[in-house]
Structures are given as C-alpha cells and as structure tokens.
Design a protein around this ligand. Structure first.
Ligand SMILES: NC(=O)c1ccc[n+]([C@@H]2O[C@H](COP(=O)([O-])OP(=O)(O)OC[C@H]3O[C@@H](n4cnc5c(N)ncnc54)[C@H](OP(=O)(O)O)[C@@H]3O)[C@@H](O)[C@H]2O)c1
Length: 376
C-alpha cells in the first residue's frame, strides 16, 4: 500500500514537472526530441531530460534490458504487465493481462513518447493495445523477429525479402505468423510511426530461452565437448543490451519501418563463441570439433539440442546470414562476443547457475549420454 502511494506520488510529480517544462506543446511528441546544446532543458549530452517510455512487458529478458536502458537514460519508464515477474526498481508499474477481456484498462489513460511492445503471442493483443494507445503515444516499437521472412532466405538480403503471411486480427497460430501479424497490427494503428525491430538470435544476461546459459554450463562441466563444426562457422546474433540501445536511440530519433537487428554474419564464429565460454568458466574442456554430417547422422537436432548451431546450408543462410546494412546505417553497434559471454556468465553465477526458462519455449541442450555416443 505504502509502495503504491509512493509510486502514485512519483508519477504525479513527473507529470506536473513534465507539463511545466513543455507548456506550449499540442502533442508532447511533436517537439524535437533532442534539445539544442545550451538551450533550456538540454543536458550536457544534448538530450532533453525526459522521454516517457511505456514498455508492454519489460520484466524478463528483452523488455527488461530496454527498461534498464531507459532508466539509465533518466527516462520516465512505465512497465505494463501481469505482475508475475518483478519490475525493475525505478520503473512505474501498470498491471493488466493482455489475454483477458478488459485487461488493458490500466492503459486507458496516459500519454507516452514511445511504447515498446515485446508480445509474441496472438496478434490481436498487439492490435488491441496499439488501437487503444493511438493518439496518446508518439511511436510504437514492436519487437519482431527474423522469423517473419519466408524460409529459405537468400544470403545478405535485407528487409525486402519475402515475408510469411499474417493478420492483425488473428489469434495465436505459429510463431512466424504471430510475429508478422503483430507487425501488421502495429503498422495498421501507427503507420510510419511504427518501428519494427526484426531481431535475430538474441543473447545476453537474463536470457530465458537457455541457449548461451546451456553452453556456459556445459563448458564449465569440462571434459570432451561435442563442438559442432566447422569451427569457423559464421554466427549472427545480437546482444540484448545492444538491441535495447539501438531501439531507444532509433525511437528517440523518430525512425520507423522494418529493420533487421542482428550483428553482421561472422561477428562471432562457433569457435570464438565456445572458446569464450571455455575461457570465462575457467574450464579444462576439450573442444572436439565435429563435422556436421556426423552430428546429423547421429540424429542430433541443430539449434535446439546444440543451441545457436545450425549446419551450413539453407537453414544457416536463413538464420545466420541476414542483410543488416539498414540497421548499421542507422547506428547499430554490436559489442564483442567475449563481453556478451563474460557478462552472461557473471549473471548466471549470481543466480546460482540456474537460468530462467520461458514456459512456452522448449528446453534446449544435449544430454550427456548422447554427447558421449556421438563423440564415440
Ligand atoms: N529470444 C530470442 O532469441 C528472440 C529472437 C527474436 C525475437 N525475439 C522476440 O523478443 C521478444 C522477447 O521478449 P521478452 O519475453 O524477453 O520480453 P519481456 O518484456 O522482458 O518479457 C515478457 C513480459 O510480458 C509480460 N507478460 C506476459 N504475459 C502477459 C500478459 N498476458 N499480459 C500482460 N503482460 C504479460 C511479462 O510479465 P508478467 O509475467 O509479470 O506478466 C513480461 O514482463 C519476443 O517478442 C520475441 O518474439 C526473441
């Protein structure tokens, strides 16, 4: 109760200060988002003091990183969620369930410069939120996915690659169609002010799929490790914190449209990833590089049983060779794989080596018996 009162007071104070600072505005988002150097309200870095960011979600992995980044910028951050996960201290909280009738009631009032939506289920949930917020939010950032492209996707092709079908009015079907439907829902309500962040594989602290955590724990266990080759197989992924930085920068600058958000292919390789895992865990592991044919003949599933890895071929081209020039031209920076691995390890250790697991995603990793069998 006391916490709720404190929070209400904080929100009210923010609103009052915000209005006092910008009395002449018709629409809060109609102002230039960066104050000129030396002008009233400008910080030394040229940013205006306050952007109001609403995150639909915001407490697990991607949304959590965006919340953290928003708070680090001194933005006014609000998260909307059911309350099954803890919100970060410093973020205002609105509660509701997007799958229930009337579940968006807490969003019926309020204005924000940017909303970021992390939804990956039925497109109707994005549609309903976007429609409700239209006219009260400047920009709708939808965390989409490279899965919206038809498979196979040619190497290096950008955002013009053919897409799967989807509908803003659809219930939950398959992941790819759901994500495409979510994109259409955001565009339907916000037009050019919808920013579609087509993320590829996402790694980093708070990962709740278990891919990098599995490799880290496997390398820490040591001994002979089934290392899926070739060792120089190029990888493409994004550190969740780089996604957060780019998305908020892009939203602040008023960017819209679809952007593939992932590193350049070869930013890391299977070798550099696993060797970084071995280094940070202080492992005595012996990486036994194994050719793809041996692994596939043994019935081992790429991507799920050996996370991140897919053999060279169509699937690798689709998942690890997307075109990313547009996002890089719009400022994307990707930190080195060593940093992603080291920070994820520190985080995992701080949690007693137990990674969170999304209940709606399959567990990843290979059992020790199968590994021994494949290694012979
Ligand atoms: N992992 C990858 O490699 C990858 C790759 C490409 C794209 N993506 C995309 O990245 C996004 C991942 O986002 P995330 O899950 O990490 O985001 P997140 O915002 O950190 O977590 C999901 C949030 O949704 C809230 N939530 C869940 N069900 C809800 C409901 N019914 N009503 C209201 N709130 C609800 C959860 O809080 P409560 O539980 O407290 O309600 C939580 O805050 C997805 O859109 C996914 O498609 C992921």
């Amino acid at each position: 109760m006391e916490g709720a009162l404190l929070l209400a007071g904080r929100i009210h104070r923010h609103v009052v200060e915000w209005r006092a600072r910008r009395p002449a505005l018709v629409q809060p988002w109609a102002i230039p988002l960066r104050a000129a150097k030396g002008s009233p309200g400008a910080q030394p870095n040229g940013r205006v003091a306050l952007m109001r960011l609403l995150i639909l979600g915001g407490t697990e992995f991607v949304g959590r990183a965006v919340t953290e980044e928003g708070l680090a910028r001194d933005w006014d951050v609000t998260v909307f969620h059911r309350g099954r996960h803890d919100a970060l201290p410093g973020a205002a909280v609105l509660r509701g369930d997007r799958t229930e009738d009337g579940g968006l009631a807490a969003l019926e009032e309020g204005e924000w410069d940017v909303v970021l939506d992390t939804w990956s289920g039925a497109p109707t949930a994005v549609r309903d939120a976007a429609r409700l917020l239209k006219g009260r939010v400047g920009r709708y950032v939808y965390v989409s996915s490279g899965s919206v492209y038809r498979h196979p996707r040619a190497a290096g092709v950008g955002e013009d690659a053919p897409l799967v079908d989807g509908s803003a009015d659809a219930g939950q079907v398959e992941y790819a169609q759901d994500k495409r439907g979510g994109e259409l829902a955001a565009v339907e309500a916000f037009g050019d002010a919808a920013l579609l962040v087509r993320a590829g594989l996402i790694l980093g602290p708070w990962e709740n799929i278990g891919r990098l955590p599995w490799w880290l724990l496997r390398l820490e266990r040591g001994g002979p490790v089934l290392a899926p080759g070739p060792r120089d197989l190029p990888l493409q992924y994004i550190d969740v914190r780089d996604l957060a930085v780019w998305s908020l920068d892009a939203a602040e600058r008023g960017l819209g449209g679809a952007h593939n958000l992932v590193s350049r292919s070869g930013h890391a390789t299977m070798g550099s990833l696993l060797e970084a895992c071995a280094r940070v865990t202080g492992s005595d592991a012996e990486l036994r590089w194994t050719d793809p044919e041996t692994i596939l003949e043994a019935g081992v599933e790429p991507w799920t049983q050996l996370p991140v890895w897919v053999p060279p071929g169509d699937l690798h081209t689709t998942l690890h060779q997307g075109g990313v020039d547009k996002a890089f031209a719009a400022g994307l920076r990707c930190r080195p794989v060593e940093e992603t691995v080291a920070d994820t390890w520190e985080w995992l250790k701080s949690r007693g080596r137990v990674a969170p697991q999304r209940p709606d995603r399959p567990r990843v990793g290979l059992d020790p018996e199968t590994e021994v069998r494949v290694l012979g």
